[in-house]
Design a protein. Structure first.
Length: 167
C-alpha cells in the first residue's frame, strides 16, 4: 500500500510540475507585424546585407537581403516580423577577403571533382576567422552606437525602405 501511495504521489507531483511548466509564468509574446522591405546603397539594391533590428526593449530580430535587396524580418522564425515599436537597425555585408575567397574556391573545386557523377558535392565549410571577412557597407551602419537607422513598426506596416549612403 505504501509503495502505491508513493507512486501515486510521484505521478501527481510530476503532472503538476509539467502543467506549471507548460502554462509558464504568464509571459506572452507581443503580436508580430509582418515586416519586409528593401535595402539600397546610394540608390542601388544591396544583395546579401545582414540586418539586425534592435528594439528599445525586447528581443532583437534579423533579416538578410536577396538579390533585389529585399528582406523579410524574423523574430522567432518563419519571417514572422516584428512587434510594434521603435527599432535601431544595424546593417553589414560581410564577404570573404580575396585570398580567403581563393582558398574557398579551391576547396569547392576539389569537392566538385571528387563527387561521383550525378551526386551533389560535399559541403565546403572552411574554418576562417573573423579577420577573413570585410564589411562592404559603410562602417557607420555596423555598430549600434554609430548607426543612424531608426524605424517605427506600426500595426498597418508598409514595406520599409532602408536607404544607405556612402557619405
Amino acid at each position: 500500500m505504501r509503495h502505491s501511495f508513493i507512486t501515486f504521489f510521484g505521478v501527481i507531483s510530476l503532472g503538476l510540475a509539467v502543467a506549471s511548466t507548460i502554462s509558464g509564468c504568464g509571459y506572452r509574446r507581443a503580436p508580430q507585424v509582418k515586416t519586409s522591405g528593401t535595402v539600397t546603397l546610394d540608390g542601388s539594391p544591396v544583395e546579401g546585407a545582414s540586418l539586425m533590428f534592435i528594439p528599445d526593449s525586447g528581443r532583437p530580430a534579423s533579416a538578410v537581403t536577396n538579390t533585389n535587396g529585399e528582406f523579410f524580418v524574423s523574430s522567432y522564425g518563419g519571417n514572422d516580423g516584428l512587434p510594434k515599436g521603435n527599432y535601431r537597425v544595424v546593417a553589414t555585408k560581410l564577404v570573404l577577403k580575396e585570398r580567403y575567397q581563393k582558398q574557398y574556391d579551391k576547396l569547392r573545386e576539389r569537392a566538385l571533382a571528387e563527387a561521383e557523377p550525378g551526386e551533389e558535392p560535399e559541403d565546403v565549410e572552411p574554418e576562417f576567422g573573423d579577420n577573413a571577412y570585410e564589411n562592404k557597407l559603410p562602417i557607420k551602419y555596423e555598430e549600434l552606437d554609430t548607426t543612424d537607422l531608426n524605424i517605427t513598426i506600426t500595426e498597418q506596416q508598409e514595406p520599409l525602405v532602408i536607404s544607405l549612403t556612402s557619405e
